[in-house]
Design a protein around this ligand. Structure first.
Ligand SMILES: Cc1cc2nc3c(=O)[nH]c(=O)nc-3n(C[C@H](O)[C@H](O)[C@H](O)COP(=O)(O)O)c2cc1C
Length: 382
């Protein structure tokens, strides 16, 4: 198998970046139970997968620090209880280590001694056939000996929150539409017709309306006097405010990053900055590639704060969309000040907060001037 050089290796080895990215993978929620040494054990788990049909098998991944994991090793059996959307309280209760998790929970037993949650959407009784280790987790491969299902909707887990299946789909529709707007794939000024959006986004009517309503609240879409949804034009004022907001986030985390990031994390950020700088100055650079790698650099920087709210807020500001809208079709390469990425990352690597902050502020001022010129040049809005 070809191996990656250090330079090609993506920077997602960072735990915060990984956690944030993998949280976009919407899952169902289960409670894994077992019975060992005369006691019932149970833990909330989403790392489960169907494995084989013949024989019917599934796999689960449990942290080696989990007491349920240790009990399953001993028992050789476990049950997977798939939770219904009204069972979020059970999911929270079984995601802790303390207390009698089974108190007040209606359970039954069928073919094995593992407790089964009687109101679960489905349950599977399983016999462990193989064990593997992956990082901190034990992977149990198991044959399914009994499976029972009932009608209902599943509890979901998406971006750190429990929800209903419909919500996860609504959020995906919103995220897709937001990207189409920010990248200008949907033209400014033209009505956003719900039927057209439904087919473009592979969404139903409720999901399309949810996305439009949320984007309206965010100011990216507006509802005109004729009740039509249209993309809100980007004014120079909006662009300057967005750039100020991004600057404020980045300036506010400089001290924190300098005090808490490891040398390895800062070296990775510097490599990401070098990639961003190269993508804006190399042979025949494209605006899309430059904006994408600049965005990667900024996300990696903010991820060093380890603060999920800041990461999310920073992403929602959507500054990359400003550049795609403002610079498309212009002679952008000489104006982007590509050295800014490496200047800031090098100052952070040198643990020089003042130098990093001064450069960030200078960049924000420069970008505001650039965005204002581009938007004014395009007639005042984009
Ligand atoms: C939605 C959700 C999914 C989870 N998925 C897993 C998982 O797949 N594997 C795991 O080891 N822990 C998972 N956890 C964490 C465990 O539920 C938690 O560590 C629990 O306290 C372990 O309890 P125990 O030590 O009694 O087994 C999850 C938590 C939540 C809230």
């Amino acid at each position: 198998m070809p191996t990656m050089t250090e330079e090609q290796r993506p920077d997602f080895a960072d735990q915060t970046v990984f956690r944030d990215a993998i949280s976009r993978f919407a899952t169902g929620v289960t409670i894994i139970t077992t019975h060992a040494d005369g006691h019932d054990f149970g833990t909330t788990a989403s790392a489960i997968s169907s494995l084989s049909m013949d024989p019917p098998m599934l796999l689960i991944c449990l942290n080696r620090s989990s007491s349920t994991q240790a009990a399953i090793r001993e028992a050789g059996f476990f049950a997977v209880n798939v939770l219904a959307d009204e069972q979020a309280d059970l999911a929270s209760a079984f995601a802790t280590k303390s207390g009698d998790k089974f108190a007040g929970v209606e359970i039954i037993r069928e073919q094995t001694s593992s407790p089964l949650i009687s109101k679960a959407l489905a349950y599977f009784e399983c016999r462990v056939t193989e064990l593997a280790t992956g990082g901190t987790h034990t992977v149990f491969l198991a044959e399914v000996q009994n499976a029972v299902a009932r009608e209902g909707s599943p509890l979901t887990y998406f971006r750190g929150k429990f929800g209903r299946f419909e919500n996860a789909l609504q959020e995906q529709t919103y995220a897709k539409l937001r990207e189409l707007i920010l990248t200008r794939e949907l033209p400014l000024g033209k009505e956003l017709e719900v039927d057209a959006l439904m087919s473009r986004l592979d969404a139903d009517r409720a999901q399309a309306y949810y996305a439009l309503t949320k984007l309206t609240a965010e100011g990216l879409v507006q509802r005109d006097s004729d009740d039509a949804y249209r993309i809100t034009p980007l004014s120079a004022q909006n662009a300057r405010e967005a750039l100020d907001a991004r600057g404020a986030v980045e300036l506010s985390i400089v001290e924190h990053v300098i005090n808490t990031a490891s040398d390895e994390q800062l070296a990775r950020l510097l490599r990401s900055a070098e990639r961003a700088a190269r993508s804006g100055t190399g042979v025949a650079p494209t605006l899309d590639a430059f904006v994408a790698s600049a965005r990667e650099y900024h996300e990696a920087f903010v991820a060093l704060s380890g603060n999920a709210y800041l990461i999310d807020f920073h992403r929602r500001i959507g500054v990359h969309g400003i550049w795609l809208r403002a610079l498309e079709g212009t002679d952008w390469e000489p104006t982007i000040d590509a050295a800014r990425f490496t200047d800031v990352a090098a100052a952070l690597a040198d643990r020089d907060a003042d130098r990093a902050k001064a450069r960030i502020q200078q960049v924000i001022d420069h970008l505001k001037t650039m965005a204002t010129a581009a938007i004014d040049g395009a007639g005042g809005s984009l």
